[in-house]
Design a binder for this molecule. Structure first.
Ligand SMILES: O=C(O)C1CCN(c2ccc(-c3cc(CO)ccc3Cl)cn2)CC1
Length: 320
């Protein structure tokens, strides 16, 4: 069997923070943020952590599909902002919905995490699993330096996910998952320094998110484009929609040009949610399904592509 996406869901915190509201606490402006990133507002969690957002998505996936928690063989949560190192967010989800037959783990691949996790879910089903959840969820707001206008304005909180079920037909028709640890320090978050009674000189490095914007921008326009072209060439269908990590609208412009595909085929919602890291692709997918643009089971061909911290970048072509 092969994995088929049979349901989608998403959930974002209620509180919306606009660019103008950010301009009241940071030396920035709506003009700068919207022209340089395409972001107009974002959701910020005020009383929910990452597991709460992911539990909501999991409950929606069960409810919308009519599946029961007991039927689930696996739950994989892609996140770079877990509630705890342990227990995993996936285990917290499992406990909350009562999916006691599911094996559970979190996957750390930053903004590529959802695509990495989707590929791992396909491997689970190819080796005998029947049904599972793949969720991307983040509360990045807790990882940010809220005095740094170059990063605090870019990110948002949210979660999205899919139900995977066994199918006789191959739905992930091509994939390419990559990483480059030599560029690891271009995007960091959640550093936990060495600390114990025997450490002589403790580090002063803090844990908030750091990003070499220029380097990541160039990486996205060069390495990601090359990977998307490779995956497109490994399958012979016309691609209906490209669902890329929602980091920056100008990057989507450049990638669309380099891949020589109409920009209209590149879906976008970072204007409403900012960069939600591992959650960005599943939120975008769920909104496209809700709007009827994408219809599950319609044989539409989509490309999903995530890129970011690690550095990691991952692209799959999927027949829905
Ligand atoms: O000066 C400007 O125009 C700045 C230039 C730098 N910008 C960037 C740069 C990189 C990212 C980014 C971040 C992640 C992390 O999830 C992943 C993927 C990307 Cl491509 C987002 N924005 C903002 C506007």
């Amino acid at each position: 069997s092969f994995a088929k996406i049979t349901q989608t869901a998403s959930f974002v915190p209620e509180k919306t923070v606009t660019n103008d509201q950010l301009a009241q606490i940071l030396d920035t402006s709506d003009d700068w943020i919207s022209t340089r990133t395409g972001i107009k507002e974002r959701r910020i969690a005020t009383n929910e952590n990452t597991s709460d957002l992911c539990i909501n998505v999991a409950e929606q996936l069960l409810e919308k599909s009519g599946s029961t928690a007991e039927e689930l063989d696996f739950i994989i949560v892609a996140t770079m902002s877990p509630d705890y190192n342990s227990p995993s967010v996936a285990c917290l989800v499992q406990g909350a919905i009562g999916a006691q037959s599911a094996m559970c783990f979190d996957l750390s691949a930053a903004c590529s995490g959802f695509v990495y996790a989707l590929s791992m879910g396909d491997k689970m089903i190819r080796t005998g699993a029947k049904k599972g959840l793949i969720i991307g969820g983040e509360v990045i707001s807790k990882a940010l330096d809220w005095t740094d206008r170059t990063t605090a304005v870019l990110f948002g909180d949210g979660a999205g996910g899919v139900l995977l079920e066994a199918s006789q037909r191959k739905h992930i028709t091509a994939e390419n998952l990559q990483a480059d640890g030599k560029r690891a320090m271009s995007l960091t978050s959640g550093f936990t320094p060495l600390d114990n009674p025997y450490v002589e000189n403790k580090t002063t490095q803090d844990s908030s998110l750091t990003m070499e914007g220029r380097e990541i921008f160039d990486f996205a326009v060069r390495d990601v484009v090359e990977q998307i072209k490779k995956v497109m060439n490994e399958q012979d269908e016309e691609i209906d929609y490209f669902l890329l990590h929602q980091a920056n609208a100008r990057i989507l412009d450049k990638i669309a040009k380099k891949v020589e595909v109409s920009r209209d085929r590149f879906l976008q919602n970072m204007d409403k949610y900012g960069n939600t890291s591992a959650a960005s692709i599943p939120i975008l997918l769920d909104e496209a399904v809700a709007s009827g643009k994408i219809v599950l089971g319609s044989q539409q061909n989509v490309i999903l592509s995530g890129f970011g911290g690690g550095l990691t970048w991952a692209t799959v072509s999927v027949v829905l």
